[in-house]
Design a protein around this ligand. Structure first.
Ligand code: UDP
Ligand code: MG
Length: 304
């Protein structure tokens, strides 16, 4: 039986050899045949040369292919490119920086081979050591994501084994912008989780800056839920109730001859209302932007 491995790679030259050795050790001692797809997501270092060197050791039991995107399209695009290329009965996606230990692969395969589950996901027991800000941010994000979309992804990672059936469904999804973690959860199918402690990155560095992460949080919540949009309506509703109350009070004061100068009130109301309207418009704009990118129907990536 053929098992596909998909490895998104972006500027990983410093650790790629070490990663390949660790992976190869695991694959050599397995009864399955493997197809390894190394996807170079437009690296600007010598990762592609390393990938080419690794593909030279391709054999019948462990076939290795390199796939090069024409520029950096992001990890999601690299994963999709690999999934479209994969032929295996099961497909495993893992990072190239050894933060997804290849040693878990045999366990994932045996869980899948028992035939009970279509998805085996590796879940982080604790998050990797990171700053307080990132840790709290991640917690808040997962909570907001669950609240808005109803999907619980806390602790989940992109380290997953997917059955052929799941991958076919994933590929068939019509959207251009993908969120692997969220969409595989959304697709459903029976799944089982195995826990792991993500080790520290040995070499190279994570390509996720705070602004990248904020961007990801924004776009994933927007593409999975229309709740924020409805929240604007509720906010508007509250605003209406508030204005009715205030109108009655103002009229009452006026009739009683109690009307004050009220200048600060007017300023505050204008500022408050103005910013709420802008906020609402901005949020609607975010959704329009998402629609705009989707209706263009541009491909998610281009293969070089
Ligand atoms: N990666 C990619 N394209 C990108 C950024 C990252 O293919 O634009 C790959 C990267 O080479 C690694 C995996 O995605 O194999 C995870 O990236 P990283 O370690 O930077 O993320 P983190 O572990 O911090 O979530
Ligand atoms: Mg990493």
């Amino acid at each position: 039986m053929l098992i596909s491995l998909i490895i998104p790679i972006y500027n990983e030259q410093s650790g790629l050899r070490q990663f390949w050795q660790a992976l190869n050790n695991v694959l050599c001692n397995s009864q399955y045949n493997f197809e390894v797809i190394l996807v170079d997501d437009g690296s600007t270092d010598s990762s592609w040369q390393s990938i080419s060197a690794i593909t030279a050791s391709s054999s019948k039991e462990i076939q290795i292919q390199g796939l090069r995107l024409s520029r950096n399209f992001g990890k999601e695009a690299a994963i999709l490119a690999g999934l479209r290329q994969a032929l295996g009965s099961a497909i495993i996606v893992l990072d190239a920086d050894l933060q997804h230990p290849p040693a878990l692969i045999p366990q994932m395969l045996s869980l899948w081979d028992s035939g009970k589950v279509k998805i085996v996901e590796a879940v982080k027991r604790k998050r990797q050591d990171e700053s307080l800000l990132r840790g709290v941010g991640a917690k808040l994000y997962y909570r907001a994501f669950r609240l808005s979309s109803g999907l619980d992804m806390d602790g989940s990672s992109d380290f997953k084994l997917l059955d052929r059936q799941v991958v076919d469904q994933y590929i068939a999804l019509p959207e251009v912008g993908r969120f692997f973690r969220g969409l595989t959860t959304w697709l459903g199918f029976s799944s089982v989780a195995i826990e792991f402690d993500p080790p520290q990155r040995q070499t190279g560095r994570s390509s996720w800056s705070i602004s990248n992460l904020l961007n990801l949080a924004r776009s994933t919540i927007i593409s999975f839920s229309s709740l924020p949009l409805r929240a604007v309506t509720w906010l508007g509703g509250l605003g209406v109730l508030f204005s009715i109350g205030l109108t009655l009070q103002t009229l009452w004061y006026h009739w009683q001859g109690l009307a004050e100068e009220g200048f600060p009130t007017v300023i505050l109301l204008i500022l408050g209302m103005g910013s709420m309207i802008l906020l609402g418009l901005g949020l609607i704009g975010e959704y329009i932007a998402e629609i705009y990118w989707e209706v263009k129907r541009r491909p998610t990536y281009v293969i070089a």
